[in-house]
Design a binder for this molecule. Structure first.
Ligand SMILES: Nc1nc2c(c(=O)[nH]1)N[C@H]1C(S)=C(S)[C@@H](COP(=O)(O)OP(=O)(O)OC[C@H]3O[C@@H](n4cnc5c(=O)[nH]c(N)nc54)[C@H](O)[C@@H]3O)O[C@H]1N2
Ligand SMILES: Nc1nc2c(c(=O)[nH]1)N[C@H]1C(S)=C(S)[C@@H](COP(=O)(O)OP(=O)(O)OC[C@H]3O[C@@H](n4cnc5c(=O)[nH]c(N)nc54)[C@H](O)[C@@H]3O)O[C@H]1N2
Ligand SMILES: [Mo]
Length: 864
């Protein structure tokens, strides 16, 4: 990404045409990053128990509390929970401080919820967590299989590269996902399998390939081990396509056609992501996928290979520094030789010698008091962890909770004793690694905001205050990077995949201009784009390992009448919305938390499209709007993971999911298959509030807030009596004007300072609420004219206004109203024509499936 600060201080961004990953393209979130740079929501100063303090006091408090806790309760009574949104340099310092000097390995990361199963599967199959392919391979493939990956929304730029490959060479695309996602648009086949049956599908494929003779006998003989056991297990598990079809709930012809396609195409890339990883049999499913690539020798050559796509900016960097509790550093584990090597390299006599607690166990240990001080950095576990209510209870009773974040008000931050302001994007300086092992620089282009400091700096200060200064001499990110690179090459004869020893002595100037390149990058060596080209793997004997896989049923009992809740991402939001939630454009496409259900399930439960639903599980419940859609399989529902208590009354995803279903090898929780009950929530009244401030209603019913230009729009509903204007009070400025009509169940109120609208509230027991567009526009005005003021409580503009409606193309801000109008008046019939007329869909392309639907709808209504 190339960013420039304009003369007026505003920031313009565009894709870097020279970067090998995006070649100049940005997705909707990237394009709208400038919206997230305001200071209003930033955490700008350290605080202790809500009191603003200076850095010196904050550092002393953190160091003091960590030291005291360790002195009283031992090293394992402290824990860090960090994230793939840290830069590699931050991550390295965190890992070194905890494992090297606090003497515990209790540091885990949100990668546990994300990539842990891929890491474990890679280690078993390749002997190292080293991804074989490069992004180019998706353009060189003839068949792309997307397994549990909504690439179109979650990796839109890579998806564009897949589609470019299809355009250029007719690449076929198969999507394996229970839902009909945006990635299915543009695909040739969609296997809408039953959740959690992927291992059976790939076991069946292994059997089919072996029986059809589509195996690479030479590759298997020379470069692999363990085929017999894996094939025996697969045969017992998935003897025939008929059996697979029955288990996966798919038509047998579809299974057979996919198998035949796979068998006859040599250039296959199998892309997999959270549908595979976030499962209690995630690691086995990863290996079932690797197995078919080993059997066919489809690895280590152009256009082929298994490809785990990572999610966070620096998920990979975290894996490299050993951010997971069961890793040490630089891809080393807790084998005695590694412990000894890292101990010597760091000169750290108290180096932890055994793995620490993985995320779920870590927060359970906080709950039971074994862990008494926890430092959460760059992640929001009060939302994203399973059984988030437990996580919140645990943090609420923990002696010391330290939270480092760039944003002031987060669900997790509200539970902190000590809050530390971190540098954010635009200020951060360091490196990140992406899915294809490419290390890129992230350079600051704005000064630090307020007293925010880089995470590596904060931890370096704490380490020094705790007396470990000699091991933490860093003055710049380059200092940290060089040490990290040196450790990767230290006593590395090629047995350890991760080796960037070639960068261990780069100068500050070279670090500054470092151009993106993949690892390994050994001393005297060149960056290595594709791995395993010589058929040698990182196991002791150099052979890849087949792993026997036996599928297991879903980990949680599904009671009659319950639905299986699938969870995941939306196109324009990022995780817990702390940053994307600040952008009006990004918040417009999907403004409220929506539960997708199949028409049959909706009918059985009396749920209506656009109505509200109550969702319940044994650990918690939620309220969301309902969308009835055939994109869901019957018996299943989908809810986005993004909403938090900051944005809605009750729809925190982690509160619905229990933490009992965890992969036994990777420790990754199953976040996509929770049985839930769903019933209608009958609203006795509905309404909305438009305000300059991010008001959080407390009426106990439904609400959902989103950013709009100049403020916030909050949709409201409740199941009790219509609140009177006194019940429904907010701490808002300004004089009020009211209109209420008890008989009609109507309440309207506006808050004004002079002629400036501060807020307005519209409630109604009988529907009939005005549109939001004009009222929202009033927030952008410093003053209302007399006609607007008179019309205010009617909610209707005195003059006609154009309302863009819901944003469809977030890159260019094109709304549904404008799209439909242009499609109808200019008789546009293709996505290309729409793109020429309005630019919509011509940047990241992730709205193209939606534009296609809008064109189809418009054509249908023309015919009608
Ligand atoms: N817009 C956006 N993009 C993002 C992110 C974001 O927050 N927003 N986050 C980033 C991060 S950190 C990550 S990890 C990636 C995640 O990227 P993805 O893994 O693509 O995203 P998800 O939506 O979590 O899940 C992918 C799909 O798994 C499917 N699935 C559920 N259960 C099963 C199953 O049993 N089998 C199969 N085969 N599929 C199943 C779901 O229906 C869903 O469509 O996205 C990254 N990109
Ligand atoms: N049900 C369900 N749960 C899920 C998932 C799912 O699919 N379904 N997906 C899981 C996955 S794959 C992931 S990756 C997680 C993501 O879940 P989280 O990691 O909890 O989500 P984020 O919102 O990305 O949290 C990042 C936090 O770091 C802050 N931040 C950003 N940059 C910096 C920085 O440089 N320094 C510091 N100190 N703070 C910073 C942000 O403001 C934000 O508060 O959620 C997981 N949970
Ligand atoms: Mo992730």
């Amino acid at each position: 990404m190339l960013a420039t600060v304009e003369e007026d201080g505003s920031v313009a961004v565009r894709g870097d045409p020279e970067h090998p990953a995006n070649r100049g393209r940005l997705c909707s979130k990237g394009s709208n990053l400038p919206d997230t740079l305001g200071l209003g929501e930033r955490l700008l100063h350290p605080t202790i128990d809500g009191r603003r303090v200076g850095w010196e006091e904050a550092i002393a408090a953190v160091a003091g509390r960590l030291s005291d806790t360790i002195r009283q309760h031992g090293p394992d009574s402290v824990a860090f929970y960090v994230s793939g949104q840290l830069l590699t340099e931050d991550y390295y310092v965190a890992n070194k401080l905890v494992k090297g000097f606090l003497g515990t390995a209790n540091i885990d990361t949100n990668s546990r919820l994300c990539m842990a199963s891929s890491v474990a599967g890679h280690k078993r199959g390749f002997g190292a967590d080293a991804v074989p392919v490069t992004y180019e391979d998706v353009e060189l493939a003839d068949l792309i299989v997307l397994v549990g990956s909504n690439l179109a929304w979650c990796h839109p730029i890579l998806h564009q590269r897949v589609l470019a490959g299809k355009e250029a060479r007719g690449t076929r695309i198969v999507v394996v996902d229970p839902r009909r996602t945006a990635a299915v648009d543009g695909a040739d086949r969609h296997l809408a399998l039953k959740p959690g049956t992927d291992a059976t599908l790939f076991n069946g494929l292994l059997v089919y390939l072996a029986d059809a003779g589509t195996l690479d006998a030479r590759f298997v003989a020379e470069h692999t081990a363990g085929l017999k056991d894996a094939l025996d297990a697969a045969r017992a598990d998935a003897p025939s396509p008929d059996h697979v079809a029955a288990v996966c709930g798919l038509p047998v012809e579809e299974v057979a056609a996919f198998y035949a396609e796979f068998a006859t195409t040599s250039r296959v890339v199998t892309v997999y992501s959270q549908g595979v990883n976030q499962s209690s049999q995630g690691t086995d499913t990863v290996n079932a996928i690797l197995n078919v690539h080993f059997l066919t020798g489809r690895i280590g050559a152009p256009g082929m290979g298994p490809f785990s796509v990572t999610g966070q900016p620096n998920a990979m960097g975290g894996r490299e520094v050993g951010g997971l509790a069961n890793q040490l550093a630089a891809h080393m584990g807790f084998e005695p030789e590694s412990v000894d090597r890292v101990r010597r390299f760091w000169n750290a006599p108290t180096l932890a010698a055994k793995p620490g607690l993985k995320a779920v166990d870590l927060f359970r240990a906080v709950e039971d008091g074994t862990v008494r001080a926890v430092w959460v950095m760059a992640t929001n576990p009060a939302v994203s962890m399973p059984d988030a209510a437990r996580v919140r209870r645990a943090l609420a009773k923990c002696d010391t909770v330290i939270v480092s974040d760039c944003i002031a008000d987060t669900d997790t931050g509200r539970l902190a004793h000590i809050r530390l302001p971190a540098a954010g994007w635009s200020e951060k300086d360091g490196t990140v690694t992406n899915s294809d092992r490419t290390i890129s620089r992230q350079r600051p282009f704005r000064p630090l905001s307020g007293e925010a400091r880089p995470d590596w700096w904060i931890m370096t200060q704490v380490a020094r205050a705790m007396g470990f200064g000699a091991a933490f001499p860093y003055e710049t990110p380059a200092d940290v990077f060089r040490e990290h690179a040196a450790l990767s090459g230290f006593e590395n004869d090629g047995a350890r995949a991760f080796d960037i020893g070639g960068l261990a002595s780069i100068s500050d100037a070279e670090f500054e201009t470092l151009s993106p390149a993949p690892w390994p990058r050994r001393v005297g060596g060149e960056p290595t784009r594709r791995l395993y080209t010589d058929g040698r793997f990182f196991t002791a004997d150099g052979r890849a390992r087949f792993v026997p896989v036996t599928s297991r049923p879903l980990p949680r009992a599904v009671m009659p009448g319950s639905l299986i809740l699938n969870t995941g991402r939306l196109r324009d939001q990022w995780h817990t919305m702390t940053r994307t939630g600040l952008s009006p454009r990004l918040s417009s496409n999907a403004p409220e938390p929506v539960l997708d259900v199949h028409p049959r399930d909706a009918e059985a439960r009396g749920l209506t499209d656009g109505g509200l639903a109550r969702i319940a599980t044994p650990v918690g419940n939620a309220l969301a709007r309902v969308r009835v859609t055939e994109a869901q399989r019957p018996g299943e529902a989908f809810l986005p993971m993004h909403w938090t208590d900051r944005f809605t009354g009750s729809c925190v995803i982690g509160r619905l999911i229990d933490d009992t279903a965890v992969d036994p090898l990777s420790g990754q929780p199953d976040l996509k298959r929770m049985p839930v009950t769903v019933e209608p929530y009958s609203a006795a009244w509905t309404g909305f509030l438009i305000a300059r401030q991010p008001v959080e209603p407390t009426h106990g019913g439904y609400w959902a807030r989103r950013a709009v230009p100049g403020g916030h729009l909050i949709e409201l509903a409740g199941d009790g009596a219509l609140p009177s204007s006194d019940d429904f009070t907010f701490d808002l400025n300004g004089a009020t004007v009211d209109y209420s009509d008890g008989a009609r169940g109507v309440l309207r109120r506006a808050w004004l300072t002079h002629d400036r609208l501060e807020a307005c509230l519209f409630l109604s027991a009988s529907g009939g609420l005005p549109g939001r567009g004009w009222l929202v526009d009033l927030l952008s005005a410093e003053a209302m004219d007399a006609p607007a003021r008179r019309a205010l409580l009617s909610g209707r503009s005195p003059v006609p206004v154009v309302d863009e409606g819901r944003t469809v193309c977030s890159c260019f801000g094109v709304g549904i109203t404008r799209l439909v109008a242009a499609i109808q008046s200019q008789r546009l019939t293709t996505v290309q024509e729409v793109g020429q007329a309005l630019k919509a869909g011509t940047n990241c392309g992730s709205c193209i499936p939606e534009i296609k639907e809008i064109i189809a709808d418009a054509q249908r209504s023309n015919v009608a």
